[in-house]
Design a protein around this ligand. Structure first.
Ligand code: SF4
Length: 329
């Protein structure tokens, strides 16, 4: 059986919100709470959830921008937390991040050639006389002309800038790329082009993706498996087909109902969520979705409000965290 490229075990990230006069923490924001998943080589795992659910925080922990509060991140069988700073820096080369905002993530004072070649030069990945050829190759690989290397970021459209960001991530020759909502800032017509490009690059460069998005429609075309997050917790995880054809968690069903249908003859019933979103600051002890859950009448007397449901595998590869299913405790 193939070993996972990345394993995340019980990962948590809490931010201190308030301290008392003695400097003791009195209030914490639980951005990510006890998250576990695996990503296999060559796979694209989609991570979906609304703004503030902690998906970006997960991505930032994977690329060492945030230090986890608890839990482990294993890459190719090694625990990143146990590595020396030097080992971890060199390992981080293998995991790159593409940011959501192609306008803010590129240095406006550098040419595109310098932006792409900077990580190659700093990490001594190539001899100096080969760097220019590599920059041209990477620009071509992302669908841009090599002659653009002397231009600045402001001379490009949003889609072209995101292509430059992808070329910069590829410059480090990573195995895993964390794509943090890479198309949400782009026009709809450009989104499909960038998604297709990422798919093609996966085959060409042998890449593995963690693809973060806030809607299930975006990850549908690029993901092999999809995880759904709600307020810092993973509530459902399944192979793509299984999740779209047989969603189990009430929140996943609501997200699916929000995807527009292109066939006017087909009508899908929209599930509108009511109620307030629970606060991630000192959240309630039970299911995080309880305050908005329209399906709770099916589980009267259950522990929805007092105990957190575990993430349980109900069928091969299909995990869910909801008391509607008797296997979940
Ligand atoms: Fe709804 Fe209860 Fe399931 Fe939570 S555990 S999603 S509140 S039915």
């Amino acid at each position: 059986m193939t070993e996972p490229l990345l394993q995340v075990k019980h990962l948590s990230k809490f931010f201190t919100v308030e301290k008392n006069l003695l400097g003791q923490t009195t209030s914490v924001l639980k951005a990510v709470d006890d998250l576990s998943f695996e990503i296999f080589p060559g796979e694209a795992l989609g991570l979906v959830g609304e703004s503030g659910c902690g998906k970006t925080t997960v991505g930032k922990m994977l690329v060492n921008l945030y230090r986890p509060t608890a839990g482990e991140i294993w890459y190719e069988g090694k625990d990143l937390a146990q590595m020396s700073a030097r080992e971890r820096r060199s390992q981080c080369r293998n995991i790159q991040l593409i940011f959501q905002d192609p306008y803010g993530s590129l240095n406006p004072r550098m040419t595109v050639g310098d932006i792409i070649s900077e990580p190659i030069r700093i990490n001594h990945l190539l001899a100096a006389n080969k760097v220019d050829d590599r920059v041209g190759y990477l620009l071509n690989a992302v669908g841009l002309s090599a002659t653009y290397r002397n231009r600045f970021a402001h001379e490009f459209s949003g889609g072209q800038r995101q292509r430059v960001s992808i070329a910069r991530a590829l410059a480090m020759e990573p195995k895993l790329i964390v794509c943090d909502e890479p198309v949400s800032a782009l026009d709809v017509s450009i989104q499909a082009q960038v998604l297709n490009l990422l798919s093609e690059l996966s085959d060409e460069f042998g890449l593995t993706y963690l693809f973060i998005a806030h809607g299930l429609n975006v990850v549908k075309h690029i993901s092999d498996r999809v995880g759904v997050m709600y307020l810092g917790r993973l509530v459902e995880l399944a192979p793509k087909r299984e999740l779209y054809n047989n969603p189990l968690h009430p929140y996943t069903k609501a997200l699916l109902s929000a995807i527009p249908v292109t066939n006017p003859a087909y009508r899908r019933e929209r599930i509108l969520l009511e109620g307030d979103v629970s606060s991630p600051i000192d959240p309630p002890p039970g299911c995080r979705f309880a305050s908005r859950c329209y399906a709770r009448t099916g589980c009267i007397g259950c522990a929805c409000e007092t105990e957190m449901p575990e993430l349980v595998e109900l069928s091969p590869g299909h995990f869910v965290s909801c008391y509607l299913y008797p296997e979940v405790r």
